[in-house]
Design a protein around this ligand. Structure first.
Ligand code: HEM
Length: 336
């Protein structure tokens, strides 16, 4: 067995062990998988069927819900603060530009909440609805199904300024983006795995135009983007603003390892995606690790899927409230 195979086997075992450890050891006080079994047994089936119905008409809800979880959990933890509307004229999280494209998820979660309030009033938190709906979105898009810890409470505060400083920024370099995830307790592997969510969904053309027409003021395309892709995206985006293009040009609606294959071919759409694999054979150990992982995921969908569900579950447990906070009756406003 060659060194590379051995290294791969070791890495795979590490992932397997790590995932097992996670299942065994993660316990968050006040949270459990069957949290609503007594108080609202139809909570999960109701949410799941509403996600499924929406998805049947519009599959773009899946990436939208997945991004909703990230953008909620990254600011004040997974407390549904992203859903609160401004009452006093002060800007809230949902008003900031990176969250504007999440409007359809905001509406869907509000509808789910209304339905659940009819069945079991003041029992199911908006934060748990987001967690369940985004887990279902992962599964509908082709990812593994997994059980969730439930019992989150909803937060009482939402501030636009916090969202602007904490949410991933398109212009961040890879080290800076990685640092932001590390500051939230994610490892390099988990960060790279979560970015695999870009295996579904779309981006506004305006977020890639810099790479197509005037990369870093050169007046030319980003040399790291494959020339064919530059032409494809230029023609897809055209002159009209407001168009969107797939983040994964291989299998755009399937959550799978195609994203990593594309990135290896210089077909990463966003700058942050392409930076994972610059094909420089890694000039430092961090880059080397990332490039190894990209190659491994590109070869083995199962490893990607397994570690994705682990990382996504971890994302959904970020700074959860289980004692403070409340169970809102409307997701867009606090009770008082
Ligand atoms: C650190 C780096 C990241 C940056 C800079 C970034 C940036 C972006 C941008 C600019 C878009 C397009 C948004 C739009 O046009 O509406 C996008 C879409 C998306 N992002 Fe990320 N992202 C990052 C990390 C992540 C992570 C960790 C996840 C996983 C949870 C994720 C999930 C998604 C999804 C699913 C979409 C598609 C949304 C849709 O189609 O509605 N992103 N991201």
């Amino acid at each position: 067995m060659g060194y590379r195979c051995l290294a791969e086997l070791q890495a795979s075992l590490a992932i397997a062990v790590c995932v097992v450890c996670f299942h065994v050891f993660v316990a968050v006080r006040g949270m459990e998988p069957h949290f609503y079994d007594q108080s609202c047994p139809s909570a999960e089936p109701t949410i799941s069927s509403m996600v499924q119905n929406y998805y049947n008409n519009d599959a773009s809800i899946a990436p939208n819900l997945i991004r909703l979880l990230l953008h909620d959990c990254f600011v004040r933890g997974c407390d549904a603060s992203i859903l609160l509307k401004s009452t006093s004229g002060v800007h809230v999280e949902r008003d900031v530009p990176p969250n504007l494209s999440l409007a359809k998820s905001f509406d869907l979660i509000d509808q789910m909440k209304d339905r659940l309030e009819e069945i079991c009033p003041q029992v199911v938190s908006c934060a748990d609805i987001i967690a369940i709906a985004s887990r279902d979105a992962v599964h509908l898009a082709g990812g593994q199904y997994f059980e969730l810890l439930l019992g989150r409470h909803d937060g009482m505060v939402s501030r636009a300024s916090e969202a602007m400083s904490m949410l991933p920024d398109l212009h961040d370099s890879l080290p800076r983006a990685l640092q932001a995830f590390q500051a939230k307790g994610f490892t390099t592997e988990e960060f790279l795995t979560l970015l695999g969510a870009h295996s579904i969904g779309t981006t506004q053309c305006s977020f890639v135009e810099g790479r197509l027409f005037n990369y870093e003021g050169t007046g030319r395309a980003d040399p790291r983007m494959r020339a064919e892709l530059v032409e494809e995206l230029k023609s897809e985006c055209g002159q009209r603003s407001g168009k969107r293009v797939a983040l994964d040009q291989g299998t755009p609606s399937k959550l799978d390892n195609s994203y990593y294959k594309q990135v290896m071919q210089g077909r990463g759409v966003l700058q942050v995606d392409q930076q994972l694999y610059l094909n420089t054979s890694g000039t430092n150990s961090g880059e080397e690790l990332m490039e190894h992982l990209v190659e491994r995921y590109a070869r083995h969908d199962f490893y990607f899927q397994t570690f994705f569900q682990h990382s996504f579950k971890k994302l959904g447990l970020l700074d959860v409230l289980t004692h403070a906070g409340e169970i809102r009756t409307k997701c867009y406003k606090t009770n008082s």
